[in-house]
Design a protein around this ligand. Structure first.
Ligand SMILES: Cc1cc2nc3c(=O)[nH]c(=O)nc-3n(C[C@H](O)[C@H](O)[C@H](O)COP(=O)(O)OP(=O)(O)OC[C@H]3O[C@@H](n4cnc5c(N)ncnc54)[C@H](O)[C@@H]3O)c2cc1C
Length: 570
C-alpha cells in the first residue's frame, strides 16, 4: 500500500496553511512537514483578498479598542479570551510579514499605512494597495520555499481524514496528476482549507471554496460551530459577484440609492459607509424592498460612488478597483459610479477549534476560514480574517509541532485498511458507478439558488424549512449522479462530484443551525425573530453529523471576560 509519512500535515496552501507550516518548522526544525493543496498554493482564495489586515499598530489605537470593536462587531458571540489573545498577536504577525518582505503601503514617514474599515473605531487596516492578499500570500509562500523540511503535494485533493481510535493520523488524497489515491500520514494534521462560498450562487468566493475541510471534520465527528453565521458583503458587482473591497468605502466612497441619497443615514447614521457588513447589507435589501434601488439586468443594485476622491487618490489607493470596473463593468470609476449589491462573502462558522486550533479529535487542528476558534462570532469585521489566518495559523502550527515532537509514529496497520476502504468508496460511489442519470452541474446550481433564496441576508422559518427539504431532495438525487469521465489524469468531473458532496453536507448544517436559532444576531437576521435574545441565545451552535439527514445540534457557552453584552448600535 501506498503511503508517505510526516510529522505534521497541513491541508491547505492558503495564508493560514502556509503560516502554520512555517510555524511548525520554526517550533521544531527536525520535523518533516507536508503541505497538501488541491491547487497550486498561490491560487488559494487568499490571493484575491483586497482590502487589508487589521492590527493595532498605531499609537492612537489600543488592544482594548481592537478587542471591543471585534466583540461588538461579532454581536457578542465571540469568545472574548480568544479575541484578546488575537489583538495582541496581530501586530506581531504583521511586523513579521514586514520582515519577510511584504510590500505594505507606507506613510510618508515610512511607517506601515492603515486605512479605516467597517465597524472599527480607528484606522487599523494595514494594506498593500488593494491587492493585500496577493502580496501576503506571496510573502509567506516564498518564505516557505527556504525550508527544506516543508514538502509540498500540490494538486492533491484530500477526500477523507484518517481517524483511528479518536486520533487523526493523516488524510487520503487523490494525486490529481496521476489519479493515484494515496494515504499521507502524520502525527498531527492541520485543516486550513478555507471557506465554502460556493454553496451560494452569488458569492465573491473562488470556485475552489467548497467547504471541503469543514465536511471532512464533520464526517470525522467534529462539530461545526455557528454555521448559521454567513457574511454578506454589501458591495459585490452584480452578475459576477466580484468583490469591490470595503477599502473603497474606507477611502471615502459613498453608497447611493436611486434617488441619489446616502440612504445609510436612516440605518446607521453615526457610521454611515463605515458600518459593519451585516448592517449595511440589511439596509441595502430594505431599500430594495422599498423600491429605492436601481433595476438592472441582474437584479437590483445601488451605486458606490468614488468620483469625488479624484483620479490621483483612486490610482494610488484603489488601482485594482479601477481595473475591475474597466474589465468587468465597462466603466471608469473615476467618472462613473460602481453598481453593487450584497453578496455572500465569508463564513464565520466552521470547524470547532480552541485557541490553539485543537479540535476535539486528538491530533486534528484547524485554522483560517475553515475553523471557528471563536474570534468572529455573529459577524466578522472586515480585515480581521487575514490577521486571523496569520495568528491562528501560527498557533495551530506550533501546537501541532509540539504534539508531533512528543507522540510516537503512525503505524501502518489501521492506515492500510482505511486507505483500502476509501479507495473502494471513490470507485463505487463515483468512478465505477453505473446507471446514474443526474448531472453534477444541475444539482450544484439548484443547491446554490436554494441557498441564496433560503439562507440569505434575511431568513424566516418558512424559508429555512423549505431549504432543508430542498437540500434533502438534492442529497437523494446526488446518489444518482453520473460521472462520464473515467480518466485518471486531472479528472475534474470526479473532484467536482467530491466537492458537491462536501457542499451538500455543509449546506445542511447552515440550514438546520439557522432554523434552530430563533433570534437575530450578527449576520443571522430572522424576520420572524427580529430581536437579539441573550437570555436564550447567547451561545454557540454545534452541529454534529448523524445517520439521518438532520444534524444533531448542541450548544456551548460563549466565554465573556471584560466586555458585557450591550445593545449593538453604531
Ligand atoms: C474576494 C475576497 C476578498 C477578501 N478580502 C479580504 C481582506 O481584504 N481582508 C481580510 O481580512 N479578509 C479578506 N477576505 C477573506 C480572507 O481572504 C479569507 O478568509 C482567507 O484568505 C482564507 O484563507 P485560508 O488560508 O483560510 O484559505 P484559502 O486561502 O481559501 O486556502 C484554502 C486552501 O485549502 C486547499 N484545499 C481546500 N480543499 C482542499 C482539499 N479537499 N484537498 C486539498 N486541499 C484543499 C486549497 O487548495 C487552498 O490552498 C476576502 C475574501 C475574498 C473571497
Amino acid at each position: 500500500m501506498d503511503f508517505e509519512s510526516y510529522d505534521v500535515l497541513v491541508v491547505g496552501g492558503g495564508l493560514a496553511g502556509i503560516r502554520a507550516a512555517i510555524a511548525a518548522v520554526d517550533a521544531n526544525p527536525r520535523l518533516k512537514i507536508a503541505m497538501v493543496s488541491k491547487v497550486y498554493p498561490m491560487r488559494s482564495h487568499t490571493v484575491s483578498a483586497e482590502g487589508g489586515a487589521a492590527a493595532a499598530l498605531r499609537p492612537e489605537d489600543s488592544y482594548e479598542n481592537h478587542a471591543f470593536d471585534t466583540i461588538k462587531g461579532a454581536d457578542y458571540l465571540a469568545d472574548q479570551d480568544v479575541v484578546e489573545a488575537f489583538v495582541r498577536e496581530a501586530p506581531i504577525e504583521v511586523i513579521q510579514m514586514e520582515h519577510w518582505g511584504c510590500p505594505w503601503s507606507r506613510d510618508p514617514d515610512g511607517k506601515i499605512s492603515a486605512r479605516p474599515f467597517g465597524g472599527m473605531t480607528t484606522w487599523r487596516t494595514c494594506f498593500a494597495a488593494d491587492k493585500t492578499g496577493f502580496h501576503m500570500l506571496h510573502t509567506v509562500f516564498q518564505t516557505s520555499l527556504k525550508y527544506s523540511q516543508i514538502h509540498r503535494h500540490d494538486e492533491a485533493f484530500a477526500t477523507k481524514l484518517l481517524v483511528e481510535d479518536s486520533r487523526c493520523v493523516g488524510v487520503v488524497a487523490i494525486d490529481m496528476r496521476s489519479g493515484r489515491v494515496q494515504a499521507i500520514t502524520a502525527k498531527s494534521v492541520i485543516l486550513a482549507t478555507g471557506g465554502l462560498g460556493r454553496v451560494y450562487a452569488f458569492t465573491t468566493n473562488g470556485n475552489i471554496c467548497t467547504g471541503d475541510g469543514m465536511a471532512l471534520a464533520y464526517r470525522a465527528g467534529v462539530g461545526l460551530k455557528d454555521m448559521e453565521m454567513v457574511q454578506f458583503h454589501p458591495t459585490g458587482l452584480p452578475f459576477t459577484g466580484i468583490l469591490i473591497t470595503e477599502a473603497v468605502r474606507g477611502e471615502g466612497g459613498y453608497l447611493l440609492n436611486k434617488d441619489g441619497e446616502r440612504f445609510l443615514k436612516r440605518y446607521i447614521p453615526n457610521k454611515m459607509e463605515l458600518g459593519p457588513r451585516d448592517i449595511i447589507s440589511r439596509a441595502m435589501v430594505t431599500e430594495f424592498e422599498a423600491g429605492r434601488g436601481f433595476e438592472g439586468p441582474h437584479g437590483k443594485y445601488m451605486h458606490l460612488d468614488v468620483r469625488h476622491l479624484g483620479e490621483d487618490k483612486i490610482d494610488a489607493k484603489l488601482p485594482f478597483m479601477r481595473e475591475l470596473g474597466r474589465e468587468f463593468v465597462g466603466i471608469d470609476i473615476v467618472k462613473d459610479p460602481i453598481p453593487v449589491r450584497p453578496v455572500m462573502h465569508y463564513m464565520m462558522g466552521g470547524v470547532d477549534a480552541d485557541i490553539s486550533g485543537a479540535t476535539p479529535i486528538a491530533g486534528l487542528y484547524a485554522a483560517g476560514e475553515c475553523a471557528n476558534v471563536g474570534l468572529n462570532g455573529g459577524n466578522r469585521l472586515g480585515s480581521n480574517s487575514l490577521s486571523e489566518c496569520l495568528v491562528f495559523g501560527a498557533a495551530a502550527g506550533r501546537a501541532a509541532a509540539e504534539r508531533a515532537s512528543s507522540v510516537g509514529p503512525v503505524g501502518a496497520n489501521p492506515v492500510t485498511a482505511l486507505l483500502a476502504d476509501e479507495t473502494r468508496r471513490i470507485r463505487s460511489s463515483f468512478l465505477d458507478k453505473k446507471g446514474g442519470e443526474e448531472r453534477i452541474g444541475t444539482i450544484r446550481e439548484e443547491m446554490q439558488h436554494d441557498m441564496d433564496a433560503g439562507a440569505g441576508v434575511f431568513r424566516t422559518r418558512e424559508g429555512l424549512e423549505k431549504l432543508t427539504r430542498q437540500l434533502g431532495a438534492l442529497r437523494d438525487r446526488f446518489e444518482k449522479i453520473k460521472i462520464e469521465d473515467s480518466s485518471r489524469t486531472f479528472n475534474t468531473e470526479l473532484t467536482a462530484a467530491l466537492e458537491l458532496d462536501f457542499m451538500l453536507e455543509v449546506s445542511e448544517t447552515i440550514a438546520y443551525s439557522a432554523l434552530a436559532r430563533e433570534e437575530s444576531r450578527g449576520a443571522h437576521a430572522r424576520r420572524d425573530f427580529p430581536e437579539r435574545d441573550d437570555a436564550k441565545w447567547l451561545k454557540h451552535t454545534l452541529a454534529f453529523r448523524t445517520d439521518r439527514a438532520e444534524p444533531r445540534l448542541e450548544y456551548a457557552d460563549v466565554r465573556i471576560t471584560n466586555f458585557k453584552p450591550q445593545a449593538r448600535t453604531y
